[in-house]
Structures are given as structure tokens and as C-alpha cells.
Write a protein that binds this ligand. Sequence first.
Ligand SMILES: [Zn+2]
Ligand SMILES: [Zn+2]
Ligand SMILES: [Zn+2]
Length: 320
Amino acid sequence: MIIATGRRKRPNDFQLERSKIIGRENCPFCPGREDLTPPEILAFRQNGGAANGPGWELRVVPNKFPALQVEGTLDREGEGLFDRMNGIGAHEVVIETPDHQKTFGTMTEVEIERVLWAYRERVRDLKNDRRFRYILIFKNHGAPAGATLEHPHSQLIALPIVPDFVREEVDGARRHYQAKERCVFCDIIRQEVAAGRRVIHENAEVVALSPYAPRFPFETWLLPRSHGARFEEASRQQYEGLARMIKGVVTRMDRALESPSYNLIIHSEPFSEQATEFYHWHVELIPKLTRTAGFEWGTGLHINPTSPEEAAQALRSFGG
Ligand SMILES: [Zn+2]
Ligand SMILES: [Zn+2]
Ligand SMILES: [Zn+2]
């Protein structure tokens, strides 16, 4: 758990408790309001406008309320994550598009691919800092998923430790490799594509599926077909294929589940690991579903629990 007492100072905290989200009127990420964010770290501009002014297609800025750069120190056991990290970290925000209203469902594939390239550039830069062992890349879409701003954005957090959930996944993959001499994710792709029941959609580069043992209803994994341990070392074709798949799967979720809030997380090999043979980067997409989701009203089916076969079937049927 990250203890970040500095975050208590956020001006919108009381609004957050009422599940509100900063909308267009007060949006610091809309074009023309560049002075409301710290100076940009990276920006894509077609027409050569000046830095920190309008005319951009995507910007990356430091998070004004970072989770890590805080005064807070210890958790109750006396040795918190922050303590172990000595406060080292970087927290950046990717402002994905100048258009306040867009989502991964309504952005073009080219726009989503641009976001992936921004992740890649930032990871490649941040990993030059040898203190960092892992970079979390994630997107919270919608207030129930933890977003505090409506404007489409995602986040990168560079950590001097490997988070437990990543460590566990890497260790599980290592055990599989030691037993079978194969990558567990490559095995999953081969088996699931052959069986078909949990496959949501496929393209030349990426397979989207409901995992065999999902932790959450409609949990979805996007797996690149060709083996690679690190997101930032993927090919142009893989980013193209992944962008197409993200748009396709979010569109299906928008239709099947009435535009749910969701968390999208990229899982990639920690810099400090020698896991290249057996770890396989991927994307996890987890919608935040409530009991009143439109899917239930519309179909009479109960979402929780939803088997992975039912989830895949529902998302397949809402394609194209
Ligand atoms: Zn905005
Ligand atoms: Zn693999
Ligand atoms: Zn994973």
C-alpha cells in the first residue's frame, strides 16, 4: 500500500467523496489551459507550436499531486512502501488528446497508438534512471475506477521497487517455465485460441480473452501473439495491433456494459528481472461493474458472478 498523505491536500477531495470528477469547466488538461499544469515533459505537435501552448495532439506532464513525493513516512507497521523507497519516484500524466470528450471507444486507432508511443518514450527515458525497477502504466476511466479528472488521460509511476502483484505474476511465470520450459502466456494463447470459448477477439498481432480464472467479472487480457517480455520493446506492428484491439474491446464493453468505468494496466517485465524467456508483456482491462449496470437490466443476466465463457460470449456478440 502506498501511503501518500500529501494527496489529502487535493482541492477536490470532498467532491471525490461524492464520486464527482473534474469536468470541462475546470479542466486543467483542455487546450488553452496549459499554464494550469507543470511544464510538459513530452508533447506531440503537428504544426510546430511552442511548448506549453496549444496546438498539441498529446502532452505528458508531471502529476501535480504525485502519489510518491510526499511528506508522509510510515505505515502502522513502521515500515511502509514509501519508507522502503526513500521517496524516490516519478509520477507523470499522459493527456491523451486535446478533445475533452473522447474515450478509447471514440478515439481513432491512430490516436490510441499515439498514446502507446508516448508510454514507450517515457518508459525508455525513465529507465535510464537506475534507481527505478518498475514503471506502472495505467488508465483509470470514470470516477468509479478512480479517475479524478474527466479529460482522457493515463498515468505512469516509476518505482524503485517491484510491486507485489507484478512480482507474483513473474514468479508464477518462472515456475511454469521451470516445469515446462515454455512461456505460460504463450501456452495460454495457444490453448485459448484452439478452444475459442474464452476468446473475445483476435487480430494479426493481439488476442483478447477472458482469463480462465478471472478475479473480476469481464476482466479481459490483451496478449501480443509474439513473445516479448517488455512493452517498451514491442514493434510498430504490435502497437498498431494493440491500438486496434483496445479500441475494439472498449467499444464492445461500451455496448455490452453501457460504457463502464474501467482500469487498464500494462504489465511488463521489471527492469531488475531476468525474465525475458518466460515473462510476456500484456494489457489487463478491468471494467468496474455495479449491480445496476445496463447489461443486467438489459439482459436479466447477473453479472456477478459471470463466468469467463459468458463474458467472452457477451463481448463477442457486441462486436463489429
Ligand atoms: Zn478537458
Ligand atoms: Zn510468451
Ligand atoms: Zn498481468
